[in-house]
Design a protein around this ligand. Sequence first.
Ligand code: GLU
Length: 497
Amino acid sequence: MTDHDSSAAEQAAPAIRPRVRFAPSPTGYLHVGGARTALFNWLYARKYGGQFLLRIEDTDRQRSTDESTRAIFDGLAWLGLDFDEDVVFQGSNLARHQADVETLLASGAAYRDFTPQAELERQRADAEARKVPFAFDRALADLPAEVVAQKLAAGEPHAVRFRVPEGVTEWYDAVHERIAFPNKDIEDFVILRSDRTPVYNLAVVSDDIAMRITMVMRGDDHISNTPKQILLYRALGATVPEFAHVPMIHGTDGKKLSKRHGATAVGDYQHLGLLPSTMLNFLALLGWSPGDDTEVMRMETLLEKFSLDGLQKKAAIFDPQKLDWMNGQHLSLMPLDDVMPHIYQAFERLGVASRSDLEARDEWFRGLVELLRVRARTVDDIANQSTPYFVEDVMYDADAVSKQWRDANASAEILSATRERLASLNVWDTASMEAALRTLAEELNISGGKIFQPLRVALTGLTVSIGIFDVLLYVGRDRSLARLDNAVRWLKQDIPA
Ligand code: GLU
């Protein structure tokens, strides 16, 4: 019998409001894998009106740092993954962990093991020498009560081990379906070390019981811990939660995602000018699929489509190019009001313009962003591509010059004629500009491109930009004419005598 015999279909919507948790160890930055797991838990809680709790598993005093804890808070805040109730620091629950161990000792579900570390190591080395797998021998460790009492009275150091019962431990995993472990393959594992600190499996179970967690959703690297944890729940007389083990994340080369693959910390992406909504969308698809081929999704859609049924077994592939593409999609599809705060930040960070400057010409600026965002991948791209509309004079890119102003004389003439036509316009709007320049092209018997391309270089210094009439509009009349004058002057100086 298992604690949960429900079918896959029943698992999709929980019978009770779920209480789930994200339980990171603060020993590094918030990794994309962790953030992904946090997101799945958050979606599950929010979708079904439950609670999403945060527990910082800081029991490893040597490796846990405040900086890392801060990175977890910052990363979750950036993504908008808010948690309910107070954050739980596992390290403050030591007394309860020890009390739970006492309960297990009292019921006989656990026993004190006085075997010195050196002796255990000797047994291991011996097994190795005999080329047999080391098998922990309960008969050697589990001593008669009076011997235990004597050693305890003498204050001998000891660990506490869980007495693994006979049988099979199995559960219905929301991702992997039925998983079973024969108990004979699980040795009597330590739950309390000789320094009275709990091991991971005990601390997690004790905390998940105290936090009334109904569903444990975490990386599938924890599958092998799960039978031990289930045995602990039962021995403590607690209800076993449901489990969903989500896949690991690999790079495009199929190897486990690591620094070799580039940025793996959520904070790095924040600083690369990526939108949080993109990151959420991208993370959601690491191990989950909506069941159709929808890829670009904002939070409303993720919440609507998320279900345990869509969780996948196979490793997820982290493809940075897809992330880039997806950000471009979010950038152009999001309501402009949602994009603007990120744009202001990027403009300030990259020193293009201050927020107050931008707000002072709000309508102009929003119009420009609308034009730029459809061809940009990041908000940083938008800031960088907007320079021609903010600076007084542009610099000519060498490639642009050699490509579009190849014949300096001819280019200078076309630009002079262009300047004249533009200067004669009564209104500075794109329709008038276009009509004037197309007429000029006809008169000169050249294609429109022969006018527009050199003009683009004169106005932006570059070969690519938003539409040429929009460039004229956003650079403005006076600056456009001045730039044309400069270009003609520059080209004439460049012409050998
Ligand atoms: N601290 C563990 C980890 O970061 C949590 C495992 C769990 O969710 O139970 O892997």
